[in-house]
Design a protein around this ligand. Sequence first.
Ligand code: FMN
Ligand code: SF4
Length: 364
Amino acid sequence: MGGLDQPFSVNRMVVKNRILRSATMENMADSEGRVTSGLMKLYFDLSVGGAGLIITGAAGVELSGRVWTNQLAAWDDGCIDGLESLAKVIHKWGEGCKCAVQLHHGGVSGYGYSYGGKQAKFSLDDAPSELIRKTIASFGEAALRVKKAGFDAVAVHGAHGYLISQFMSPVTNHRTDGWGGSPENRARFALGVVQSIRGSVGKDMPILWKMNCDDYHEGGQGVGEYARVARGLVEAGVDLIELSGGLKDQIKLRARLAKEAGDHEAYFRPAAQPFRDAIGGKALAMTGGMKSLPAMEALLNQGVDFVGMCRPLISEPDLPRRLLSSPDKRKAKCTSCNKCLLRIAREPVKCVEFDEFERMIRNL
Ligand SMILES: Cc1cc2nc3c(=O)[nH]c(=O)nc-3n(C[C@H](O)[C@H](O)[C@H](O)COP(=O)(O)O)c2cc1C
Ligand code: SF4
């Protein structure tokens, strides 16, 4: 199994295996962002499916930062009871599975995976410092709600061109004050978020941070700059860095990266060593393109601690159990067609490609 079934500790949290369900927008909360029975069922399926660590879809830290109509809320205390039920489902049926809520602010609309869903409003170039500090504080307040709800860890969406990644990238950050210009200034917002969360949740709760290793955009940041940012983040208190990439046009980008990766599958494999060097002994996860056991094992051999997956677990929530504990070791059936991604602009997430009813109506 090449170590995939071995436990790993992140801060004080022991994760039972190396498979991480990367954050996946469900678009299944009610109109106020509260947990629904559909969400409970989704997380039940995932928890019995065998992943060691489950990260929820992006949950908004401020109503004004919401991107999808049915995105989970972390923006007020009214969300705590529903989130508590989700954590209970995962803990009760997940056989030791650990869980985190991913905190998110959409920032300037039109970036990331927000195909069609573009509700967030933030003027990054004009926002007064007071508003920026208030948004940083919102991350800390939301993290405390996640802790009160009983989750094991708090995760942060710092990738894909949403607010945190917009601050970091020179493509989207044109400020000339202390929040923009130099790489240090562009990272100030992210470091403020880490400090705000750490101040809220205390030293023992793991903070998991998803970030770009490369913007893959003209004028954007590359691996060297982002590895330096990662070092700053772990020094400020982050316990796990999850690597992803890209600012916008993710569908085209993923197709190109998949081709380049070939049998190795991992879109961001070349970033493994520079980030390992930058973050020392802190946990390193990588998400994007993973489908087969040999490719996952190869990634662990390269010094990555967790294999993250999103789309393969939309089509097969029980994939980790199948690969780790059953004789069926075939690669994930997900074809990376991205129909699920286009669907969440308006509807709840599901694997469109292998949905029987979708097939029937396609052939009418
Ligand atoms: C339907 C869908 C929803 C997603 N929602 C999120 C999200 O809420 N937060 C996040 O960090 N990434 C999100 N992503 C990106 C995935 O977590 C992941 O980084 C990307 O799909 C590549 O990994 P994969 O090849 O395992 O799917 C989403 C992707 C898809 C397809
Ligand atoms: S819709 Fe396509 S990309 Fe999404 S989970 Fe299904 S097969 Fe994979």
